[in-house]
Ligand binder design. Structure first.
Ligand code: SAH
Length: 368
């Protein structure tokens, strides 16, 4: 661990320009440093050969390039890979890569644990420790590029989703700095459409996100009325459904092409009836929406069951019949607890990990 407090990995371009300016350097030096770090994966200042020796020496004396490190990796039979990452203070978070034929999605964490206590989510079971720094957030993408580059299947990250551990809108400033880096052409150059922030519905921050960096927005809705939603997502008490839907409308108001994605976990006998589907159609009638139905992923110690496929299909068909674009999310990586709501990185439970640890072979079905 470095002693330096300034980790350049977390600085967006404006901040980095200001920083090199204070060192008496021209702004374009910041652009070069960003390219070295994020595009070429350089992790030492000595390697940044188009910078003067004096600048390199200065940077290495007052800054650092510190990334999370891999504690362990698991590979699913479906190709999904999950890494447990160690942070400088000994905490750990999880990161997941989900390969699909036409894209590769990296799912990253924004906090160590989560404070929201959604009753069906495993991250909630472990409590909340702290926000990730912007360097720890961009560090996940930096590291994932290195990990994928060196693997046999050579997959590319085409999409990034803030759907790992934590509530990104409760770590607003650091998440927005990281978003700037993700979208920056001198760094990762993702388009806004390919970066999705998922929130349980921190209403005032949704408006702030629109002003700061309007990436694609996903809302963890999970219920069509306040009574039920408050039971599943306690944050609903503070920001009830009507206020959330209004914020969603404002978010997409000036862009006729964009839609909000609503995530809806399918819980048997809880939120999956035809009445719920009808209620949901009403709730979503005022906002450009698409719906992702997520079959509930089992979490030890949590007493919900996944809806059966008949119920899920019936629910989906109701929404489709009302003209709402709806898909059932394929469950990915559930054999390694990498699926939605199964991430629980903070506690390094070695027994559990070692019994489940499998080295990814790159060939579906090749693992015991
Ligand atoms: N806190 C943010 C980011 C987490 S995203 C949010 O709530 O949106 C993780 C997604 O997986 C959320 O939609 C969450 O509600 C969902 N999820 C949590 N536990 C789950 C489980 N056991 N099965 C399926 N989905 C779950």
């Amino acid at each position: 661990m470095s002693k330096s407090p300034i980790n350049l990995l977390g600085l967006d371009r404006l901040t980095l320009r200001r920083f090199v300016g204070e060192l008496g350097e021209r702004p374009y030096r910041a652009d070069q440093v960003m390219q070295w770090i994020h595009q070429r994966g350089e992790s030492t200042f000595d390697g940044m050969t188009n910078l003067s020796k004096a600048l390199r020496a200065k940077l290495s004396s007052i800054t650092c390039l510190e990334t999370p490190s891999v504690i362990s990796e698991q590979g699913s039979v479906d190709g999904t890979r999950k890494w447990l990452l160690r942070l400088a203070d000994g905490n750990a978070v999880e990161m997941v890569f989900i390969p699909e034929p036409d894209r590769g999605t990296l799912c990253i964490s924004s906090q160590v644990g989560c404070a929201l206590n959604c009753t069906f989510c495993s991250t909630a079971l472990h409590g909340y420790n702290r926000n990730l720094t912007s360097a720890e957030i961009t560090g996940q993408i930096w590291l994932a590029h290195r990990l994928l580059e060196t693997s046999e299947d050579n997959r590319v990250i085409t999409n990034v989703v803030f759907m790992g551990m934590g509530e990104p809108l409760l770590n607003f400033a650091n998440v927005v700095s990281a978003l700037y880096v993700l979208l920056d052409d001198f760094a990762y150059g993702f388009s806004r459409r390919r970066v999705t922030l998922s929130t349980a519905g921190v209403v005032p921050k949704i408006d702030e996100l629109k002003r700061a960096c309007p990436v694609s927005l996903a809302i963890s809705l999970h219920a069509p009325n306040d009574e039920l939603r408050t039971r599943l997502v306690p944050l609903n008490r503070k920001y009830p459904i009507a206020s959330l839907i209004d914020a969603c409308r404002r978010y997409v108001a000036d862009d006729s092409r964009s839609r909000i994605t609503f995530e809806y976990v399918m819980l048997a006998g809880v939120n999956d009836s035809e009445t719920h589907a009808r209620e949901l159609v009403k709730v979503l009638s005022k906002v450009p929406a698409k719906v992702n139905l997520i079959p509930f992923n089992a979490v030890p110690g949590i007493n919900f069951q996944r809806s059966d496929s008949v119920a899920i299909d019936r629910f989906r068909d109701r929404l489709l019949a009302a003209g709402i674009m709806t898909i059932t999310r394929k469950t990915r990586g559930d054999d390694i607890d990498a699926a939605c709501g199964q991430l629980a990185g903070k506690f390094q439970d070695r027994t559990h990990r070692s019994t489940r640890w499998r080295r990814y072979q790159g060939v579906a079905g090749s693992m015991a």
